[in-house]
Unconditional design. Structure first.
Length: 56
């Protein structure tokens, strides 16, 4: 879970820096890619933990 939050924080920082600094627009794209990867990892972790729990 911490890994997910770190990826999201990195994505936001890269997006802000890429938007603010002239000539570093590619950092916005890198930030979006990192955010998508973080969301995919989180979705996979949450779906596997949901399957492991059994209703009694």
């Amino acid at each position: 879970m911490v890994f997910f939050f770190v990826l999201v924080a990195v994505a936001f920082v890269l997006g802000i820096v890429g938007a603010a600094v002239d000539g570093l627009g590619f950092l916005v794209a890198v930030g979006v890619v990192v955010l998508v990867v973080g969301m995919l990892i989180a979705a996979r972790l949450w779906s596997t933990t949901a399957r492991r729990r059994r209703v009694r």
